[in-house]
Design a protein around this ligand. Sequence first.
Ligand code: A2P
Length: 340
Amino acid sequence: MRKKYNIAIVGATGVVGQMMIQILLERDFPISNLYLLASERSDGKKITVKGKTFKVEVLDGFNFNGVDIAMFSAGGDISKKYANLAIKNNAIVIDNTSFFRYEKNIPLIIPEVNGNKLGEYKETGIIANPNCSTIQMVVAINPIHNVSKIKRINVCTYQAVSGSGNLAIDELEKQVHAFVNNEPLINNVYPKQIAFNVIPQIDKFMDNGYTKEEMKMVWETKKILDENIEVNATAVRVPVFYGHSEAVHLELEKKITAKKVKDILSDEGSGVVLIDGYEDGNYPCAANECEASNDVYVGRIREDISTKFGINMWVVSNNIRKGAAYNSIQIAELLIKDYL
Ligand code: A2P
């Protein structure tokens, strides 16, 4: 009989946590017990996904004994405080926050790119899930890097509000209503209005003038793909509910044509879906492609006319699925296939 596993989701009432439950069910993950954990505010709350109802328990005081895999997505402070408790009870932690990502001995995994590094989790019991913007970009450029080394990336992101959680989705919705009704707009999550606006700040500012989200793309691309790749990022929040978009500009070691890049990415094993024609609407968009898809979409592939070995592309993916929950569940699937 197929072996089944005890799974805990920390932050189960959040945007990512709920998607984790949904994807576990969609993919028929072999679950024995599913523990849904959140704060005291959610104690006893019922969550219904795909017709199945689950009861939420409080994380504080929860006994991790017997849990095989604990997926954390409740913010870095919660991972800092409770991940060790899970490990001490022999659970393997898949952490969706940035808290452990830059630790040398903790693998940072995108299964289709560096799944071969997963075994390194044995040292600490922790696997880190990369940042959403990094995941979709690295999935899209990895097949190109395998053919012609990427020297430098210049990337601008257009990121959906769901990346900041339920309160941010609510804030955009309320501001749109307030705007059309001529009422004052209230900002709680973002420093400026997000309705009908574009905000060039995601996460906090660092000493070098970049934001932490931008630096995450630098640090994580190097750790996952190649230490030698230089990354320059500008991360922007836009009034989109689900799906991050990215304008990615690559500088390669040697020339490859746009046609060759399209051939590479249209290969079945490339891990991306190509929507690319030089005609109206023949490119991926967040509101059209992202709703229920775990895929990374690429379009607008062209040679950079301002430099010798440059390629430009447009990359779109559901930030809550491939950017967070689905990637974590792919990691869990690889874990049970090869290690548990
Ligand atoms: P809760 O709903 O009980 O506050 P979001 O994606 O909306 O930002 O969700 C964040 C997730 O992190 C929610 O599931 C939230 O639970 C959870 N969370 C926040 N603080 C705590 C805490 N102190 N203990 C456990 N879970 C927490």
